[in-house]
Design a protein around this ligand. Sequence first.
Ligand SMILES: O=C(O)CCC(=O)C(=O)O
Length: 483
Amino acid sequence: MATDDERSAPGTPAQIAVRAEGEHVKPFTPEKAKEIIMSLQQPAIFCNMVSDWPAQHWTVEHLSGVLQGKQIRFRMGLRSTDTVPQFETACSYVDATLEEFLTWNCDQSSVSGPFKDYDHSKFWAYADYKYFVSLFEDKTDVFQEVMWADFGFPGRNGQESTLWIGSLGAHTPCHLDSYGCNLVFQVQGRKRWHLFPPEDMPFLYPTRIPYEESSVFSKINVVNPDLERFPRFQKARRHTVTLSPGQVLFVPRHWWHYVESIDPVTVSINSWIELEEDHLARVEEAITRMLVCALKTAEDPHHPRGWLNPTEVEETSHEVNCGYLNDAVCAFFDRCGKAKEVEKQALRADGENWRKEEPSVQEHTEGEQAHGQSFTGRTGKQEVASLFGPDLVPVTPALEKGRTLGSDSKECVDRDKEHSAELSCARRQQASTGTSVVAEQVNSRCPVATSRTFVSTDDLLDCLVNPQVTRMVAQLLIQGKSL
Ligand SMILES: O=C(O)CCC(=O)C(=O)O
């Protein structure tokens, strides 16, 4: 493997070629890669960065040897596409080994084994969201085979990674992750990613039911949307990209994503990278947990928890949830480390500025805008754009059909400029209409004198824990505590 010094040596992407015999120089040094990750506000694909990672050989066959008959839980879903998203609460589950998975997936006539009730032509299987630490337990050596240090995160390896193994059609419904940004290494097969910018939240009809800490789901099946029910979705700016083996996708903070396996077997590995903005997100998440658990438990204490995503082990008590909220607020202040400054800024805030782009307490509370500008402030957007080319390919809006990876880099940069103009325009719009967007969402959900006059707990929760509302509540809570 090349040393950091060697990698820092000047060289254009075209000079990837061989520096010492048999040794490939990566197109970006770890420092440069990190700078890009911390600055870039649109998804992009890193190429030629992981060809020396041992994990590039992690096919399902290889992993079945490593895991030696260990049982893994597979989520089973229907291949047919309804307009309703297939949430995890609607799926069934099978415990099986990777050998059994391969047999079901390859020998489709097989009628025995744990998958026997699942006709291969109708179902997909997904061993998704598997933390290495639980999966590999005593085989911690394998952690070193994933080397996020190459992207500027020294010491980060499989220990902070998750593994995803799927069959054709396996997918994750559209959602955003509340914490961090994401690096995704595609190991085997291809996956198609449908991405939407954070500013498009009002067009994606967010919901917190099913409830899962740190995931906000969309009510829309973005590959088969019901546009009569969700008309605003037409305004969402879809970015579609196919991720192939050897590529690493960078997903910036709060970008929505729907991910589907488009090959018979897919394996990917990802790592969510913590960001400063996560401190506020933790407060928002604690508020959400408290409201969802309290109201859903109150609604029916004996209900079989259909609202709780299977990734959540159990609902937590109100006392525990209060603890989480207080811990999160304390952590926010600890991190802030300058209560006086917060106080000043909070006093300046007038309750309507939750979307304004100004350097203030919002550096902490306005993560989406601040990310890449306030914390890093090292690389301008223009500078990053100049890095686009065969080794860093921007993911652009889907309107531009027929674009292929590795296409002319000037074209990529020009398109990026247009797109960023569009984005900043959208942001300004939202800054001035933030609260009315929420009101519009509420109104459109409750048309007067229709048959849907009953307001369910879920309807109420959808408004109360709308991420735009919890953002406001988190800010008010923090402002109140700093007075
Ligand atoms: O690969 C998938 O199915 C989903 C991945 C995902 O949601 C993520 O990495 O955040």
